[in-house]
Design a protein around this ligand. Structure first.
Ligand SMILES: [Fe+2]
Ligand SMILES: [Fe+2]
Length: 277
């Protein structure tokens, strides 16, 4: 271990990407299924204000970090998240023109985060970032280990999700390391994670219903069942992230305990073609 950074931490590479969301021409661009499309549109709408909060809460503690390696990681984490926001905002613009109110989701999430920020301390805001970065990282791991779930998704969104997943895994320990090296307590992390693990899924489901209603899309029974299976089936996302999610509550947990270096190595080549030179 060098300073506070475990040796298993991968390189954090900032990639400038350019996905052509103008080619999104089908309203139900994910398996021709409005539930899946609305769900992914909600996530895309959630990222820009969420990532802004992540950046601000980590940077608030930057001056208390003395490890130069961790400081360099904070800078790369910030740049990666800023690029994610830029691409998701472009995607959300295209989604909005297809009738999916992703930009409305951005505004609603921004308001909710503003409310949270006014009520909570900087330490609790950073703890919330650590919790949400853990959820993002285990979902990213799920996406890259279950590529069949990406089938039937429009390529511009699919490759954006792959790129985003790789980079979330690369920087998954940055907020955690800043939190721990500046004296954060695990008890605060656990308390905040308990609240987030109820609120985040509930709000995401509620917003998915809102998007379906706003787009005047009524899914069939088969489409609803397909979405349910993708979340709660044997290989579903919620089913598969349960175990890595619980690890967060361990006394000695560190995000790099889930070593994904080999996994992201395999995927990097997949997104090379989308990079802006
Ligand atoms: Fe991100
Ligand atoms: Fe992140």
């Amino acid at each position: 271990m060098t300073g506070s950074i475990p040796l298993s931490t991968p390189m954090i590479e900032v990639r400038r990407m350019d996905f052509d969301f103008g080619k999104l021409d089908q309203q139900d661009w994910y398996r021709n299924n409005p539930v899946l499309t609305a769900f992914m549109s909600v996530l895309s709408g959630t990222f820009p204000p969420g990532e802004q909060m992540f950046i601000e809460s980590v940077r608030h503690y930057k001056d208390r970090v003395s490890d130069p390696e961790l400081l360099a990681h904070v800078a790369d984490f910030t740049r990666q998240e800023a690029h994610h926001t830029k691409q998701h905002k472009l995607a959300n613009e295209a989604l909005e023109s297809l009738g999916w109110k992703a930009q409305e989701i951005e505004r609603r999430v921004e308001k909710a985060i503003g409310f949270f920020n006014r009520k909570r301390t900087p330490r609790e805001r950073l703890a919330a970032t650590v919790c949400l970065e853990h959820i993002t990282a285990i979902v990213a791991e799920y996406v890259l280990t279950h590529p069949q779930q990406l089938e039937g998704m429009h390529p511009s969104i699919k490759y954006m999700m792959i790129w985003h997943a790789i980079e979330e895994i690369e920087h998954k320990s940055v907020a955690f390391d800043v939190y721990m090296t500046t004296g954060g307590k695990r008890s605060t992390l656990r308390r905040i994670m308990k609240a987030i693990s109820v609120l985040f899924p509930a709000l995401t489901v509620g917003r998915t219903f809102y998007l379906l209603w706003a787009a005047r899309r009524m899914p069939s029974w088969a489409q609803t069942k397909e979405a349910w299976t993708m979340l709660f089936g044997k290989d579903g996302m919620i089913t598969c992230i349960k175990a890595p999610f619980k690890d967060f509550y361990r006394d000695d947990f560190h995000p790099e305990d889930h070593d994904n270096r080999e996994l992201i190595e395999r995927w990097k080549a997949e997104i090379e073609a989308w990079k802006v030179s």
